[in-house]
Design a protein around this ligand. Structure first.
Ligand code: SF4
Length: 338
């Protein structure tokens, strides 16, 4: 099915994906407030600008208070879904991340959705984080090619998939996804990436284009533009009608209208960066990242205009995954937090 969808003419595929998205989510585009907590990564992924071997990355880590302040401000602006993302920083161990969830829950209660993205952890660590109050987790597999995965990330695809199964078993809303246009990939890889994503039945799917970073071994690789990303988003939308799918910042960094193109192909989420402006430029996974000088709350005004340009509207609700709600026997608009 993935192959058939990706073989369709782009205009037909995008129109189909847009119809499927609107049938499930109407014109809503959910906002998630993103906070990039640390770029001190202990890993060395070959495509990533904050890999430990890049001596030019200016390192930083937010305090729990910084994160709380950012979430508070986002909440005052009306957001009800937050994503705390970090590199694999040993200073952010399970105990600290669990404590952070309790801190955020004590302030915000159970009405908000709290998403964590801190890489591959043990099942027991995920269980502790779930109990502490995180209710969503993002873990992209990046490429479905096992050899390429190992070469680029230094760990196995199987381990990543095991972690995704653990997260699902533990009751998280689970997000995964991949990068399009990685060196060493082709159309067949894209088909397998889409098929693997569909087989995992995730609640959230993030798909972004590869953008070469000068501080990495892939500095001289070429960016293959937005087309593969847009086709992948559309194919996944058709295969997973209920998944929440962000129009990624990476898409907006490749072309000024990158996020609108993703929204027109079935994406239904945007993630304004609401962390401290002083550190936004330092979380440089790829070069040319947009919105670095903007105050995150002000970004939300800009995003409203972009969303309106594709005939949709910003929705400040939690945007719970319909599939997750069904799995857990919850009503679609009345989920209690954690
Ligand atoms: S992709 Fe993630 S785990 Fe890999 S080096 Fe970058 S921040 Fe670290």
């Amino acid at each position: 099915m993935a192959a058939e969808l990706l073989a369709m003419p782009d205009s037909e595929l995008f129109a189909l994906a847009d119809r499927v998205c609107r049938a499930e989510f109407g014109t809503s585009v959910y906002l998630r407030g993103l906070i990039e907590a640390t770029n001190n990564c202990s890993r060395d992924c070959a495509y990533c600008g904050i890999r430990r071997s890049n001596p030019n990355a200016r390192r930083y880590a937010l305090s729990d208070q910084d994160i709380l302040d950012a979430v508070r401000e986002g909440r005052r602006a009306g957001l009800s879904s937050f994503v705390v993302q970090g590199a694999e920083d040993p200073a952010f161990g399970t105990g600290r991340l669990a404590g952070l969830a309790r801190l955020l829950r004590s302030e915000l209660g159970d009405d908000v959705a709290l998403t964590l993205s801190f890489g591959t952890l043990s099942r027991s660590a995920y269980a502790e984080l779930r109990r502490a109050g995180w209710n969503r987790y993002l873990l992209r597999f990046e490429t479905s090619d096992p050899d390429l995965h190992l070469a680029l990330r230094g760990s196995t695809l199987d381990r990543r998939l095991e972690a995704l199964r653990d997260l699902r078993d533990l009751g998280f809303e689970v997000g995964t996804g991949f990068m399009t246009g990685l060196p060493g990939t082709n159309e067949a890889t894209l088909v397998r990436d889409v098929a693997l994503t569909a087989s995992l039945e995730p609640d959230m799917v993030g798909i972004g284009p590869f953008i070469p970073h000068p501080g990495t071994p892939l500095a001289r690789a070429r960016c293959r533009g937005l087309a593969p990303m847009q086709r992948a988003v559309a194919a996944v939308r058709v295969l997973l009608p209920q998944a929440n799918m962000p129009a990624t910042t990476a898409a907006g960094s490749v072309a000024p209208d990158g996020r609108e193109r993703a929204l027109a192909a079935g994406a239904n989420v945007l993630m304004p960066n609401i962390g401290p402006a002083a550190h936004k430029k330092d979380y440089e996974l790829y070069p040319g990242k947009i919105c670095l000088d903007e105050d995150g709350i002000r970004c939300m005004g800009c995003l409203s205009g972009r969303v309106a340009s594709v005939g949709k509207r910003v929705d400040m609700g939690r945007g719970d995954s319909p599939a997750w709600l069904a799995r857990h026997g919850r009503a679609r608009v009345a989920e209690a937090g954690a």
